[in-house]
Design a protein around this ligand. Structure first.
Ligand code: 6LW
Length: 524
């Protein structure tokens, strides 16, 4: 009996050792930039920046640092985040999450708004506080707690700057002091402070968030310096020889965490260029790398300061998760926390019908401007190869009103597949692009009288988006468009492509609405 029990034990421990080996990057795919992570016991929490989208600052939970579940968003109320007139270059920039004595703190910047602020909660799955505004400027604020004190670092005037604050009131308790300018790369930013072996370590990003991005580190025995840089900086970059040809580029903006077993890990952002190109469409994503950090030594990221898609390294015991469901039928009459709106949405325009369809009500706000929040709700594109589809019925519409599916990078970079109301009562299915100041209709097909619900589909293979529609079971190809024009390199901004359901009252008359019976996203 003892032998059987022992062999069972051996079998299961070798299985768990197997599970604890290897993972795939990115650990959070699609537009999820500027990750920050903290640990509470055996639970890990991670946040990302969110720019012009609402709710702000997606919040993830994990037990193994590899598999992440979005459990909510930190900024869910207009009283916390005003996103008026924001676009993919403004709004909510990089956040930091920290846990201290039973409270979670999230600190970030509303760029174009009132600057740096903290929200806090004791229950990260619940609501977060209203904002506590901070005096020190710059972006990428981070908090460090020690001996009853709370320190803030950010980068006003392009210099990493420290002060002591009261995190409950936001009051600044010591003058802002410049503590490090980095190693000479442009845009020293993304500072985080840690203490280990009696040293204060200051981790930052430099080089800008494109191909020159890098993570560097400095240390001091005293919190406000002087900080001396690691002679082996940068500790992470793909801009050097080691990163040449790597399908991951732009590695930077990182945060460190000590796991419950004493191992150290780094989360960072990076992007995956379209294979064979220098452009990327999926935004900056969240990656994970192991860190070796010996006593009194500098941390070493994954051996040679790079990350890979396939990471063949020991991990914490893994807890796989089901992932985002492929099919949403709206019958639960709620949207999961992954769904995002542009700016602050007017909730009256987002309804569910009794039979479980998503009903979007049109306003005059269009997808072509950042002047107002259009009726638009989206999920991120997380894979190069995917298919997204929906079925839509446009109702009570006047000529030129439209509703459909948008492959949306930002307000002058999107491909739209939609139903449009025509004079005389019929509707068309239309494929249109908006690029810069140009709006161009690629295809338009007049549908038969009373066409009703139409299925709209977009497929992506990294280089092209291919559009089609299905009416009464009959499939119709419409055309394809090059993904390069939606890339960050072409469109600019800090976000990535999202797939949005929308309705617009282009006639300028109120009343139109659109019922969406499902949204399907399948990785190919
Ligand atoms: C962010 C900065 C950066 O605040 O880009 O890549 C800015 N890093 O640290 C916007 O994400």
């Amino acid at each position: 009996m003892k032998h059987i029990a022992l062999s069972f034990l051996l079998f299961f421990s070798s299985l768990s050792a197997l599970w604890a080996q290897g993972y795939r990057n990115p650990v959070i795919p699609g537009y999820h930039p500027d990750p920050s992570v903290c640990r509470v016991g055996e639970d890990y929490y991670l946040v990302n920046s969110s720019f012009q989208y609402f709710p702000g600052v997606p919040l993830f939970h994990s037990r193994d640092l590899v598999h992440w579940e979005q459990i909510g968003n930190c900024l869910t109320r207009e009283s916390q985040v005003s996103l008026k007139h924001t676009n993919s270059g403004s709004g909510i920039f990089a956040p930091t999450i920290r846990y201290h004595e039973g409270t979670f703190y999230m600190v970030t910047t509303n760029v174009g708004g009132k600057g740096n602020f903290i929200v806090h909660t004791t229950d990260p799955r619940g609501e977060w506080s209203d904002p506590i505004w901070l005096e020190q400027g710059g972006i990428d604020p981070s908090l460090y707690f020690e001996n009853g004190k709370c320190y803030l670092v950010s980068n006003p005037d392009g210099y990493i700057t420290l002060c002591e604050i009261n995190p409950q009131t936001g009051e600044q308790l010591s003058p802002s002091k410049k503590i490090w300018g980095g190693t000479g790369g442009r845009y020293p930013e993304a500072p985080h402070l840690y203490k280990k072996d009696g040293w204060y370590y200051l981790l930052i990003a430099e080089g800008g968030t494109e191909y020159g991005h890098a993570v560097t580190i400095a240390r001091s025995r005293i919190i406000d310096g002087p900080y001396l840089g690691n002679p082996a900086n940068p500790i992470l970059t793909h801009a050097n020889k080691n990163g040449e040809g790597n399908p991951i580029q732009g590695t930077g903006h990182a945060d460190l965490v000590e796991a419950s077993d004493g191992s150290w890990w780094l989360v960072c952002l990076a992007f995956r260029p379209i294979p064979g190109k220098t452009h990327h469409t999926l935004g900056r994503e969240t990656f994970l790398a192991p860190v070796r950090w010996d006593a009194n030594a500098w941390p070493v990221v994954n051996g040679n300061g790079t990350v890979a898609l396939e990471m063949n390294v020991p991990t914490l015991l893994q807890h796989p998760l089901p992932g985002r469901p492929e099919y949403t039928d709206f019958k639960s009459k709620t949207l999961s926390p992954e769904w995002i709106y542009l700016q602050n949405p007017d909730s009256a325009n987002y309804l569910f019908t009794r039979d479980g369809r998503l009903r979007l009500c049109a306003s005059r706000a269009t997808l072509d401007s950042d002047a107002a929040s259009p009726t638009f709700v989206a999920l991120r594109q997380e894979h190069f190869a995917m298919e997204a589809s929906t079925a839509v019925r446009l109702q009570e519409a006047r000529p030129r009103d439209e509703a459909g599916l948008s492959v949306y990078m930002e307000y002058h970079s999107h491909y739209d597949l939609f139903l449009r109301q025509e004079d005389g009562g019929r509707q068309s299915v239309v494929l249109r692009y908006r690029l810069g100041e140009m709006t161009h209709i690629e295809r338009e097909v007049l549908l038969p009288e009373g066409a009703g619900e139409v299925e709209l589909t977009v497929q992506s293979d990294a280089e092209f988006y291919t559009f089609s529609y299905t009416l009464r079971g009959e499939f119709h190809a419409l055309g394809r468009m090059n993904a390069l024009y939606l890339s960050s390199e072409t469109a600019g901004g800090f976000t990535g492509v999202v797939l949005g359901l929308y309705v617009v009252s282009a006639s300028g008359q109120p009343g139109a609405n659109a019922d969406f019976s499902y949204f399907k996203y399948v990785r190919k």
